[in-house]
Design a protein around this ligand. Structure first.
Ligand SMILES: [Zn+2]
Length: 394
């Protein structure tokens, strides 16, 4: 063969192998049960009045059609309000978000179903419906009242993040433990906090350790009798921010049979992102001050800036490969059985390049396959590991 035709032949072979890789990735993706354990759309539904079952391209990172395109089978919807909601208002606000989820699912009985058990979940997925669970992101929403846990459970809440960035009276958050801003001592879980964990174990509501402080984390691990979940956290060793998990925490979760659902936020994946983001905010501080009173949350402010300064945000995005690095890291540290996906879509204003929204989940399957993961292991990461933990909590 002449050199020139040899070169064409090689290009042909490369294209052929890429084509077959893409084909097998698609097949694996379709056959796997993809479970994302953190999506903040409901906050936007209530705050910004966006409607999930309409075309929201260019407006949000999620909508029903794109979730179908992305092959999402199970969505755990985040029920969230921040520290400005306290006694008398937090539970009410959380309930409004749940109402919103019920309304969306009620309008779309052929494509969505709120499920309450592992068995129901599998049935819904087999019927090609989006199986919906929810997770309360912040223990302040039970307003120190254990009866509210029952109410949440009855309505399909299957995990609770013990604290968000704000501590509760019974558990310190990662942010407060790091900044030493929590005034009540001791740190960690107090007796009521231990009761909360025990009650969650009894109910079959997963204990979520994303956002909690290290002291709280270790207290949880000594109290819980069920596997825990970190619904949206990444690896501290690769990106040392207070929201990520250190190696000994990752090992403890694996030992407990739990799962770490990797967060897609650029600031939790790429250690260079937050300094860049800070410089951006400094450069736009006047505008920040002018819109801050109007926007309802930090999330909405981020949303505003990321849309208005699209090019600047584009430049700050880390490469897609970094998300896979975080997954790889956990797999190498503790094995393939303890990692999954907790995107945080519609709660974040930046994700790695190529991950623009829920429609892009197939890229993760492709990336894992390219890195040499087997079909069996990819299925575990996409949802199998989370489903194991969900089932074990029932
Ligand atoms: Zn969060």
């Amino acid at each position: 063969m002449k050199i020139k035709s040899m070169r064409y032949f090689l290009i042909y072979l490369i294209l052929l192998s890429e084509f077959s890789l893409a084909q097998s990735a698609e097949k694996i993706h379709v056959n796997a049960i993809l479970a994302d354990t953190h999506n903040d759309f409901l906050s936007k539904a209530v705050d910004a009045h966006v409607v999930f079952d309409t075309d929201l391209r260019g407006i949000t990172q999620s909508d029903l059609a794109r979730m179908r395109t992305g092959g999402v089978d199970v969505q755990v919807w985040s029920i969230f309000c921040d520290e400005h909601y306290g006694r008398g208002s937090a539970f009410k606000y959380a309930s409004r978000e749940l109402d919103s989820l019920y309304a969306i699912a009620g309008r779309n009985p052929k494509t969505m179903q709120i499920v309450y058990s592992y068995k129901e979940l599998i049935k819904a997925v087999q019927a090609h419906k989006l199986a919906c669970l929810s997770g309360v992101e912040g223990g302040h929403m039970i307003e120190d009242n254990l009866d509210y846990l029952d109410s949440f459970y009855i309505r399909g809440v299957r995990y609770m993040t013990l604290s968000w960035n704000n501590s509760t009276s019974w558990s310190t958050s990662a942010m407060d433990e790091k900044q030493h801003t929590f005034k009540v001592t001791p740190y960690g879980l107090n007796d009521f906090g231990k009761q909360v964990v025990k009650k969650m174990n009894r109910l079959g509501m997963m204990v979520d350790v994303s956002h909690v402080g290290e002291k709280t984390f270790w207290d949880v691990m000594s109290v819980t009798t069920k596997p825990v979940i970190a619904s949206h956290s990444s690896v501290y060793a690769l990106c040392p921010v207070f929201r990520n998990l250190k190696d000994d925490q990752i090992k403890a979760i694996a030992k407990n049979g739990g799962v770490i659902q990797v967060n897609f936020y650029s600031g939790f994946l790429d250690s260079t992102f937050l300094p860049k983001y800070d410089s951006f905010l400094k450069a736009h501080h006047a505008e920040y001050d002018s819109i801050a009173p109007r926007e309802k949350s930090g999330m909405m402010i981020g949303d505003y800036f990321s849309k208005k300064y699209k090019d600047e945000f584009e430049k700050m995005r880390p490469p897609f490969s970094l998300l896979l690095d975080h997954i790889d890291y956990i797999v190498k540290l503790v094995g393939v059985d303890y990692v999954g996906l907790g995107s945080d879509f519609d709660g974040i204003d930046s994700a790695p390049a190529g991950l623009d929204g829920v429609q892009d989940f197939p890229r993760i399957t492709q990336g894992l396959l390219q890195r040499g993961y087997s079909e069996k292991d990819i299925k575990k990461i996409l949802g199998g590991n989370f489903l194991r933990v969900f089932k074990a909590n029932e």
